[in-house]
Every structure is written in C-alpha cells, then in structure tokens.
Design a protein around this ligand. Structure first.
Ligand code: ARG
Length: 461
C-alpha cells in the first residue's frame, strides 16, 4: 500500500508505478533526505509538536537506517515510490508508532525541494574543490613556463608570440570565473524550503528559522509556493556546469590539436591516451576527446530542465521530478571531466623547442618588425606594406624573418639596421609586452601572484 493509499480503492497498476516512481534515481540523495528528517524532527520536538521520547526514537531509527544503507544491510526495494516513502516506511517498520509522527507539518513537496538543494549544495562544494585542483595544475604550468615561447593564434593562424604561461593563464581566468559562478549559485540558493508544506505552509507552529539553522542555511525561504516549485538554482547550477564543460571542451580541443603529428607541441602521458586496435603507430588523445564530447550531455541537461520548467503553473507539479536524473548526470559528468583533465595536465609534457620554433616560423614577429620601422619614423601603413613584402619573400624561400641577412632586409627598406635581429627575437617580442594581462615576464609574475592569492582565498565565507 502507498503512503497516500487511504483515499484510493484500487491498487496501482504496475506500469503506472514504474512510470511514476523515482526511487530508482532519487535514492542518490538518501543521506540528505535523512539529514533533513533529523533536523525536522528536532525542530518538531523543540516546538512541543512531538515528544522528546518520540524524537529520540525517530532520531535513533533514522541513524540506524543511514548506517544500514551505508553498510549495505538495508537495500532499496522497488515497491516504494521514492526515497521519502522508502525512509518513512522503513522507519515505521522499525520503530512503530513514533515513526508515523515524523511527517507532521511536512509534505514531500517541501521535503524533495530540501533534499535536492542539500544535494546540489554538497555537489557544488565538491565541484569547487575539483576546480581548485585544476587551477593549481594550471598555475604550476604557468610558473614553470614564463619563457616558453609559442605562437598565439587568432583564426587558428599564428598571430603574435606569447608564452605557455600566458596561454595557460587564459584558462586560469576561465576556470576561476567558473569557480566564482558556482559560489554565487551556492550563496543564492542557500535558503531552506522546509516548512513550506505542500504549498501553503502548515498550521503547526513550526520554527522554520531553527530548521534552516540546523541545516546550515542562511534562513528560511520566504514564499511557500515558490519554495516547493523553485528549480532556478538547478538551472543556474546546470548553466555553471555547462560553462565549465564549454571551457573544458576548448582546452581539450587545444590539447588534441597540440598533440597531433602536425603540431607536436605536447606529449600526452601513456596513461591518458589509448592505442588503436588496427593502427600500431597510434596514440590517441581519447580522454581529451571524451571531455570535449561530454559537453553535449551537460548542455542537454540544461536545455532539458529549462524546457521542463517552462509554463508549469504554481506550485508543485510532478513534471519537476524530471529535474533529477539529468542534474545528477551533469554533475557526475563534469566532476569526472574536471578530475580526469587535471590528471592529464599534471602528466603532460610540453615540447618547448617545437613551440618556440613554431612561433618563429609563423612570422609571429611581423607586427614587431613593422613597429621597429614605425619607431624609426616610417608611417605605420608603409611599415605594414614593407614587412608584408618581406614575409612574401621569406615564404617563397621557406625561411623565417630572423633568417634573412641584413642586406636582404635593407634591399626592401634602408631603415633596417643590425639591431633588427634583437628587435624581432621572440624574447624581445614577448618581453616588450608588459602591460597588465600581457605575456611579458614582468606582467605575468604579477598575475601569477594574484592567481596564487585567489587560490588561497578560495574558501567559503
Ligand atoms: N518524487 C517526487 C519528486 O521528485 C517527490 C515529490 C512528490 N510529491 C508529490 N506531490 N507527488 O518530485
């Protein structure tokens, strides 16, 4: 019999049960469900709504259920509709009458709203820890590669020289913003829906402030209808996770390109690559590709919940049960991607010479050659034209600007002198760029210091 069976005369059809049930997936937050019930009954006793004796029996019963679920002696059985019914029925089965008082002043609507929030809150904490680990890996690469020159790209065409530290610094910024975005979501959602009842509060003298405090919330939510039907925080969370997945996919794509035979900027550790079943020479970047690919299912979860929530009238509707599986999957997926990616980065090796050589061969110092002329009085438009000619000259001879003799330089413009070589060396090109955010060592060192401080401060207020 269902816990709501009183009003019903027929047994539920099996297909209906299967379609309606959520225990197969909401068992994932049994810990949060039990924790919420413990807080609820503690509050009920404080308010004199249940006796101390019943409270103690309920708390003990719940602790036993938690313990037995953890050690596997209690298993979920499919006749129960959801985790809430399962825990309540098990409790009543174990402690009898007192167990029947647990649900006083509570509905599954505010209960599920609470459980999901507690779950998401815990998962945000874990995801933030994983982002921190990734940021630490990135920062380490930055610190070690202040003078590892490489081409910076626009349109995937070599543009101007940068350093590996600078390139990695871009990802530090992205993932740090992701970290802050999750923090914002956590802060905004941290209000307790418990005590909102089915939709209109309850007639019992609940102390919602107290329950909220017991569960570590800033306070209770302020509208009972919104409390049971708000899923914004899940949308926000999935938005944040989608952005992480998007950033990871960009990073993964670069690793894949850099790992290709054509680039050879990086060498992936054997542990993070796989072979081919037919082509013996292959070492494929499967992990990076999977990380890139999994972005699809994370975006899918976001679009799915947005669509489910569209047009639902107040207050709770069963549509909302659809929030769970996709959210769980998106969280697990992003957490998996973050930890795999950090592991891959910690074992990657960079082919520094290949990178520097690539920067040199790609005319990334052409802008600096033009600036050289400008600093000697040539108008920029003319300088651009002169260097354009030089580039063409080099392309025809398969050489870099730096490989030209002074005579060759001077045959195109007499303004060039011996110091042109110094002026267009990778080192000069990079080191002259010292404004905040630029790749020059001086600027990068300051940024790295700030990044280190951000990591140190990255803890909850
Ligand atoms: N399994 C339900 C869900 O996930 C719990 C709430 C059920 N409430 C209800 N009125 N049927 O949304």
């Amino acid at each position: 019999m269902k816990l709501w069976g009183g009003r019903f005369t027929k047994e539920e059809n099996q297909l209906v049960h299967n379609f309606n049930e959520s225990l197969s997936f909401d068992q994932k937050f049994y810990r949060q469900d039990i924790k919420g019930s413990m807080a609820h009954v503690t509050m009920l006793a404080k308010q004199g709504i249940v006796t101390e004796e019943d409270k103690n029996a309920i708390l003990q019963g719940l602790e036993g259920i938690l313990k037995d679920l953890e050690n596997g002696t209690l298993v979920f059985t499919e006749e129960h509709e959801d985790i809430h019914s399962f825990v309540e029925a098990t409790l009543i089965g174990r402690i009898g009458e007192a167990g029947k008082r647990l649900h006083t002043g509570r509905s599954r609507n505010d209960q599920v709203a609470l459980d999901m929030k507690l779950y998401c809150r815990d998962e945000i904490d874990e995801t933030q820890e994983l982002i921190k680990t990734l940021l630490e890996e990135i920062l380490k690469i930055m610190e070690e590669n202040l003078d590892t020159y490489m081409p910076g790209f626009t349109h995937l065409q070599k543009a101007q020289p940068v350093t590996l530290a600078h390139h990695m610094g871009a990802y530090f910024e992205m993932f740090y913003r992701d970290y802050l975005r999750l923090k914002d979501t956590w802060e905004r959602m941290n209000y307790c829906p418990l005590g909102s009842g089915a939709l209109a509060g309850t007639t019992y003298p609940l102390d919602r402030e107290y329950t909220a405090e017991l569960l570590g919330f800033y306070g209770p939510t302020l509208n009972s209808m919104d409390s049971v039907s708000d899923r914004d925080y899940i949308i926000e969370l999935l938005g944040g996770l989608s952005t992480i997945a998007m950033h990871l996919s960009r990073f993964a794509e670069e690793i894949i390109i850099w790992n290709s035979n054509e680039y050879r900027f990086v060498e992936l550790d054997d542990a993070y690559s796989t072979g081919s079943s037919i082509m013996p020479q292959k070492k494929n970047p499967d992990i990076a590709e999977l990380v890139r690919g999994k972005t699809g299912r994370v975006y899918g979860a976001l679009v799915s919940i947005l669509t489910t929530m569209k047009g639902i009238p107040l207050a709770y509707d069963k549509d909302m049960q659809e929030d769970k599986e996709l959210t769980f999957d998106a969280i697990d997926t992003v957490k998996g991607c973050l930890s795999l990616f950090a592991g891959m980065l910690s074992t990657i090796s960079f082919n520094r010479e290949v990178m520097a050589d690539s920067a040199k061969k790609g005319f990334t110092n052409a802008t600096d050659a033009a600036d050289y002329l400008v600093n000697r009085g040539v108008p920029f438009r003319d300088a651009h034209g002169i260097v354009g000619h030089l580039v063409l000259y080099c392309i025809e001879r398969d050489m870099a600007l730096d490989d030209m003799s002074l005579e060759e330089f001077q045959s195109v413009s007499p303004v060039f002198e011996k110091d042109i070589y110094e002026a267009i060396s990778m080192k000069t090109c990079v080191e002259k760029r010292v404004t905040t955010g630029a790749p020059g060592q001086e600027a990068m060192r300051k940024v790295i210091r700030v990044c280190g401080e951000r990591l140190k401060e990255a803890r909850r207020p």
